[in-house]
Every structure is written in C-alpha cells, then in structure tokens.
Design a protein around this ligand. Structure first.
Ligand code: OFO
Length: 162
C-alpha cells in the first residue's frame, strides 16, 4: 500500500503530465495555423507521449492500491512569437518537469518507498531524453535565425517523427 503523502504527490504529477500534453497540443495547433505542419506533427506526437506519462503514473497508483484523484487542468498559452520562442518554452517546461520528478524521487527516498523509487527511474531517464530533444531543436532554430528556407528544412525533418 502506498502512503497518503506519496499518493497525493503522484496525483499532482498526473496533473502535471496532462498539463504537459495540453501545452503541446496547444502548441501543435498554433503551428498548424502557421502552416508549419512538421512542427505540428512533432508536438502532436509529444502530446501523445505526455498522455502516456500520465497513464504510467495512473496505472502505478492503482497497482499500489492508491486512489486516483483528477484535478483541474490549467489553461495553456496559445500563441508564441516564433518557433524559437515556442521551443524555449518546451525546454523550460521540461526542466520544470525534471524538477518535479526529482522531488518525487526525494520523497520516495525519504519514505523508504523502494517500489516508487524504482518506478521513478524510468522517468529520470526519460527526462534526460525530453530535455535533450528540446535542446537539439532549439539549437537548430537558434542557428537558422530568420532564414525561412532553413526553417522549412527543420519543418520537414520534424514531420518524420512518429
Ligand atoms: Fe515531457 O515529460 Fe512528461 O511531462
């Protein structure tokens, strides 16, 4: 059985993950408006990944006999100045999520909850990848600046993500 404190923390994380999905879905639709369908695709795939993160926590909580408590999802922003601005926001958000995962790890350690600690290792590794992906795209966007043709090349590349 999971502790009440850990149950509450995981429920908050489910909310964080669904907010991540919401944020990236909002960003995907923003790019669709700009006709940057490759960016749209990348973020739409990311939206699904985030729902997958929420589901992992959801299933884990049920498995441990905890109670899932769904909370209100805050409204995400819906416009960004340009793709660089959007990917700065992606990186910043992923860094925020890494912080939240680390807080959960600290709590699992403090409570000597080894099962939760072990489950969280997947998320620790996932966050390394999440930040690296955002950083890589941001670095490319910084490189191309306002050059439209290069931006379209990045768009084509991001269209490949499945
Ligand atoms: Fe983007 O990793 Fe979950 O939130």
């Amino acid at each position: 059985m999971i502790s009440k404190k850990m149950e509450e923390a995981i429920n908050k994380q489910i909310n964080e993950e669904i907010y991540s999905a919401y944020l990236y879905l909002s960003m995907a639709s923003h790019f669709a408006e700009q006709n940057l369908m490759g960016f749209q695709n990348w973020l739409f795939v990311q939206y699904h990944e985030e729902l997958g993160h929420a589901e992992k926590f959801y299933k884990y909580l049920i498995e441990r006999g905890g109670k899932v408590k769904l909370m209100a999802i805050k409204e995400p922003p819906d416009t960004w100045k340009n793709p660089k601005d959007a990917f700065e926001a992606v990186l910043k958000h992923e860094q925020h999520i890494t912080g939240k995962i680390n807080e959960l790890v600290d709590l699992a350690e403090a409570e000597k909850d080894r099962a939760t600690f072990a489950m969280l290792q997947w998320f620790v590794n996932e966050q390394v990848e999440e930040e690296a992906n955002a950083q890589e795209i941001l670095a490319k966007l910084e490189m191309v600046g306002d050059h439209k043709r290069s931006l379209l090349m990045i768009d084509r590349e991001l269209a490949q993500r499945k």
